[in-house]
Write a protein that binds this ligand. Structure first.
Ligand code: SF4
Ligand code: SF4
Length: 203
């Protein structure tokens, strides 16, 4: 009989203990938030997804060289005379752009958010944003393209450079031919040279 009441006492007391914890929690300040409707303020120096402002990128490759996991891939094409990069050909700080950035990808599946690419940038155009929610179902979608040129435009720029280089080579070859022709014309004939030297000896 004693054991019977003891069990009842234990059951009631444990329920009351549990209920008291629950009731106390109702009035305690919440430690969680209703994400995603509510959001915590991010720390001042948080590291999230990178962004590249292509208006200011000069294609110097410094960021790619600094990346410890080689997740930045940059391809550039030299600007030919008469062509300009973008609308103005200069960055917002007035630095002249000499290269078309035909490809600028960052593979965020590899990026470890070390921020080492940010510091060497001479135009401060690569930086961390506050975007951290960009999970996807496919790894391919984590390869971000920042170049503002379409593949067709990039090909056009490459062709312009190839044509320019070919033209330069042609000009060089023509100049070399002209020089050789002039040299042949001004070179005295062998017999003439001998005669001149004999005359000099006699005198
Ligand atoms: S944050 Fe680090 S890992 Fe990511 S792209 Fe920049 S240098 Fe590479
Ligand atoms: S370091 Fe800056 S300017 Fe140079 S390629 Fe990278 S993002 Fe562009």
């Amino acid at each position: 009989m004693k054991a019977y009441f003891s069990h009842i006492y234990q059951a009631v007391s444990t329920i009351l203990i549990g209920m008291s914890i629950t009731v106390r929690s109702i009035f305690r300040k919440s430690v969680t938030i209703q994400y995603p409707e509510q959001r915590l303020q991010l720390p001042e120096r948080e590291r999230n997804r990178l962004f590249v402002n292509m208006e200011d990128c000069i294609g110097c490759d410094q960021c790619a060289k600094a990346c410890p996991v080689s997740c930045i891939n940059i391809e550039t094409v030299k600007v030919v005379p008469g062509d300009v990069v973008g609308k103005t050909g200069v960055t917002s700080q007035g630095k002249k752009k000499a290269l078309h950035v035909t490809n600028f990808t960052i593979d965020f599946a590899k990026c470890c958010f070390c921020q080492l690419c940010v510091f060497p940038c001479p135009t401060e155009c690569i930086y961390m944003t506050d975007v951290f929610e960009y999970s996807t179902y496919s790894r391919a979608e984590l390869l971000y393209q920042f170049s503002d040129l379409t593949p067709e435009e990039a090909e056009k720029k490459k062709k312009m450079l190839a044509d320019f280089n070919a033209e330069q080579e042609k000009k060089k070859a023509l100049a070399a031919q002209e020089a050789a022709k002039k040299a042949a014309e001004t070179k005295p004939a062998d017999g003439e040279t001998k005669k001149e030297s004999d005359n000099t000896k006699e005198s």
